[in-house]
Design a protein. Sequence first.
Length: 248
Amino acid sequence: MLGVASVDRWANPPFEPWIPEEFWPQSIYPEAKSVVVIGLPISLPVLETSPSIWYRELYRTVNILLDQYTYRLSNLLSEKGYPSVFVPRDGYADVKTLLKNPVAFFSHRHAAYLAGLGSFGVNNVLLTTKFGPRVRFGSIFTAAELPSDPVMKEELCTRCMRCVRMCPAHALDERDYPEGLTDKSACAAHSAELNRRGISPCGVCIKVCPVGEDRELYGRMDASIYAKGEGASALQRAWEHVQSYGVL
Ligand code: B12
């Protein structure tokens, strides 16, 4: 996925509370006129095995590609005469830094929202038409004045509350974003525990979300299969098999 947002959009908050000014692209890189956001999908059948080494490796692979694509794209734009820089897809040293302060210097999901790639779900991440929340984002700050994409007006979240009910850390509530912010400490603490066993991140809140055309592709229209004992025994056995190997 790819979308573009003019930096002016950060200065016109689409909802409150909005991100403080020091987190805006034009504050971090004053030459920035536009932000280009790319999104890469997380394959649903791999995510379904989470927490597992399979999802962990997919997560790392997508992260590496995001950083490489945004780095290369920013260099291409720079070579064309438009000073540009990539922003790392996450922006923290390790999970211990998140336990101290679970905030990064720039928010890609807000950038993706402003670049028209999706709408926020009750799970507090951005939902997209193609992949639901199963997409990770990376951004480029560029001095090029590029035409912006329209912000999505449609609300994709069905408010089924599966993410709230199934979060193993009880970190979500039923309120929409940004009223019902994730309990970041609870989520980060759960992630730190999984990390000790070599199987972070968690990803349950993006796995169980019914939104996304990827569900059709993979034949997973029924999102109730993630509740144990609800008629998905062959899949359950496969997930448990994967979860049993390569971890502490
Ligand atoms: C820190 C972090 C975490 C932390 C904290 C989670 C959180 N909700 O912020 C932990 C470890 C818990 C976490 C978990 C997950 N994460 Co995470 N995470 C990040 C990271 C690195 C930074 C997020 C951030 O700091 N945002 C900035 C602040 C400004 O956002 P905010 O807290 O929502 O701020 C609002 C309010 O607090 C308010 N506000 C009011 N006053 C103030 C004052 C201050 C000082 C601030 C800052 C804000 C504020 O204003 C803001 C706007 O409404 C981003 C990568 C990135 N750099 O963007 C990924 C990211 C958000 N994570 C992502 C994902 C997928 C996950 C997980 C599903 C795990 C996984 N990978 O499988 C879970 C989902 C948790 C959930 N449901 O919320 C993706 C989301 C993709 C998407 N589709 O939207 C991102 C964008 C990574 C990426 N490159 O794609 N994550």
